[in-house]
Write a protein that binds this ligand. Sequence first.
Ligand code: PEP
Ligand code: MN
Length: 227
Amino acid sequence: SQVANILRKHDVTYIRTQLFKPRTRPESFQGLGVEGLQVLAKLRETYSVEELKFVAEVCSEEQLAAIADDVQVIQIGARNMQNFELLKVIGKYLKKQDFVLLKRGFANTLEEWLASAEYLQRFGVPKNKIVLCERGSRTLTSPTGVHLDFIAALVAKQSGYQVIIDPSHGTKKREFVLPLATAAIAMDFDGVMIECHPEPAKSVSDAAQAISLEEAEQFLLARHSSN
Ligand code: PEP
Ligand code: MN
């Protein structure tokens, strides 16, 4: 609720909820699962659907069925960008949601990313309900091991999609998150997705790239004053 308060104060509507988290290691925190729906219900006591929209990743049809009615954005994560059977069932569950967020896989070409977006469309998701998210590709040449590919994101935008940037996974280091978020806004992308935490170093997920709530708020304030 601390994050929700800050977002609402600055007129941001979408909040990451991530009930199901695909993690590289089996012992890592896997998300709250369906029990997290209670947390969402609690937030709903304070914020209406118009005020705060929940973004949640799903990795299977079972997860999708469990939460589809309670979230406003269905996220397909980088690891599932080519989970074609999952892509094929999203349309069936899409009802009141605002859009489907399709992240680019970290070793996928632009063509493969757009082909996955076409899967969504062929199976019932209208193009204007697809938002693409660039989150960086694995590379040997970047000092952070990940290369945030603004050019691919620009070409995706030229193809008629809305595109947002995830500078958290895109850099993996908190000191680079806001500079690249600022660049993404200056480049006129449709948004950014940022991981923040009241005590970033203690985050149970991706602590190295989480920024503090104060930094998140400073970024949101700077956006207001430049608009
Ligand atoms: C996430 O958004 O937290 C996430 C797991 O990202 P990605 O799928 O890009 O790794
Ligand atoms: Mn993450």
